[in-house]
Design a protein around this ligand. Sequence first.
Ligand code: EPS
Length: 390
Amino acid sequence: MRYMTAGESHGPQLTAIIDGVPAGLRISEESINADLGRRQAGYGRGGRMAIEQDRVTITSGVRFGRTLGTPIALTIQNRDWEHWTDCMAAFGDAPADLQREVTPRPGHADLVGVLKIDSDDCRDVLERASARETAARVAAAGVAREFLAELGVEVFSYVLSIGSAKMHEADPLRDAVEYKPLEIEISDVRCPNDAAADAMRAEIDKARELGESLGGTFRVVARGLVPGLGGYASADERMTARIGAALFSIPAIKGVEFGLGFEAARLPGSEVHDPIQLVPGSGFTRASNNAGGLEGGMTTGMPLIATCAMKPIPTLMTPLETVNLDTLEPAEASKERSDVCAVPACAVVAESEMAFALAQAYLEKFGHDNMADIKANLAAYRQRLKTAAK
Ligand code: EPS
């Protein structure tokens, strides 16, 4: 299963095509729309989110609410397009009064992008490099999420820090799986701790006043996985690499850790590795989950826990120094409407990326033609693991 997206931030629409989805999977536009809504939300978002109300339209690959096993095409309209029809027209000449973007923002794709494609207008780059594209990813991954849900897998995320405001966790790798999705979803910073959430909002307010932007960290957790997804034999089978690549593909992600992550490099082996236990009639388990659900490039069956770091958004209302690409003189970087903080939104995108990577691994292991065969294969595998543990 794979997907591809197309679309500019201020073009008419975003498009995603997913190929390799098994037949017989029940999907609903409502649940994809719910994920799109979660991606749009969050304290610190900017004016664009007041314009958009992202909703998916599915135009192929689904009949009577079930997938056909054929490519699924999804689109999301950009409501803002109506304000950009001249500036972003696909054909015709550029308007005489076109304002080219010639003051690239440090931290965005603007400068390196125009150098790479030989353009004199950063808009040729930034329209696609914008994180708006992640709406199409969330829509595509909505199908993967429905697939995982049918197999008993849940993927959720929560925000750990925004700027210097951080949620305290006594035992992070245990706490991470205890949070209830509802207490995360009702928080506008996706943080289940009220005091930490207040501190995060205060940081965002302060940043907005200063013309600043803020990054942060969040965790993505997948529960209900079977052991043995991915593989140990070859580099491209390893889930650590595959999920890591998926998470690093999200704009602004600067760090990804699994389980203890960097902390594991500081501790002796006896405090890092998770003792193996046998639960008769059920299977093997671990006394702890420092590995974050991955061992030898495969899932262990314990919750998969990734912690991600997002850098602050590059568009600053108090801009940094840049160079004007026309005059080659020092200048202030462009400022256009943007978000002060999009960490909660980024966490939802990361859920989507993790869900897609996990769905691919399930399809590899249990077949990909249709849901009935996949479920039968999964049940047989679970039974073998239980029997082996008698
Ligand atoms: C975004 C839409 C964008 C930005 C943001 C993410 O809308 P606009 O550019 O019209 O304000 O709010 O993009 C960025 C942070 C970025 O760096 O490009 C969205 O839909 O998520």
